[in-house]
Design a protein around this ligand. Sequence first.
Ligand code: AHR
Length: 353
Amino acid sequence: MKKKVVSVLLTAAMVSAMSVVPAISVAAEEGDTITVGFSQVGAESDWRTANTESMKATFSEENGYELIFDDAQQKQENQLTAIRNFIQQEVDYILLAPVTETGWDTVLQEAKDAGIPVIIVDRMVDVSDDSLYTTWVGTDSLLEGRKAAEWLNAYATAKQIDAKDINVVDIQGTIGSTAQIGRSQGLQEGVDKYGWNLLAQQSGEFTQAKGQEVMESMLKQYDNINVVYCENDNEAFGAIDAIEAAGKKVGSDIANGEIMVISFDTTNAGLTDTLAGKITCDVECNPLHGPRVEELIKALEAGEEVQKLNYVDEEIFAADDTVDKVTATNSLDEEGEYAVTPITQEIIDGRAY
Ligand code: AHR
């Protein structure tokens, strides 16, 4: 494998969050194969599978890439090993979907010293010097959490449900991951703002099995749960199984004993459950990052400047039309209005994941 990175021009090390950064590599000559090492979190969820497929389909041989793919099985130490292997293999680009935000400074410094651009995908890294990575593309998890919380408030208001009667449990994602931090914070802000009762929070590690286990134990501990905030669809599937196995009904009619499920991702199965009324609100987290990352690589290859942070636009789907829009503030402190779309089979059929 021949290393093709020939120049490093990283002069604006202290760039701010939304600033444009200079391209740091002029890599392969036109027609050369570009080698990318991709350290993927794991295969914990339907979302993750769709994300892996998108990356593999984009970084294919026929598109001019050699992809070295590593599945870290949700362990940061595996990701550190994979990145060090990519450095040894002298790849042209390192793509990292980090399991958690912290713990990357040393290995990313090693990549920088080797002159290999690093593109962070999906979740973020929390590093002391943001010149340790070239660019990031992913979701605004805090905005997602805020959208869900504002939707719950709007729904409760429309149905005249008193905030004091909302008893919510939070099945969190992998603790320390951007998706968990943002979504948990969005809920906490809703609790503080509107006065819901947050009965319990526990990680379901973004998996169906753990989501089910956590829900079973929460149902044993609390007999008044009426909202379950699941931090991804797979946890929601597990939670729904646990609720139904306990002889209770999932749905939006919480005034009459149903337990409302709120979720994130909007995978095909998640939206199918939304159409069936089992998930009442599903906030999108779009996994199709392959083409977005390729666009960044092409810009870098052309010596163009790229944005440091690249947020993806995402939607909100609901089981009914009670709430048609919410207002929420994103991570850049910009307030926006977001439409809520009642889900239909046609919408599900028209989606790529
Ligand atoms: O970081 C994105 C999250 O990770 C998705 O919500 C979840 O399904 C995945 O495992």
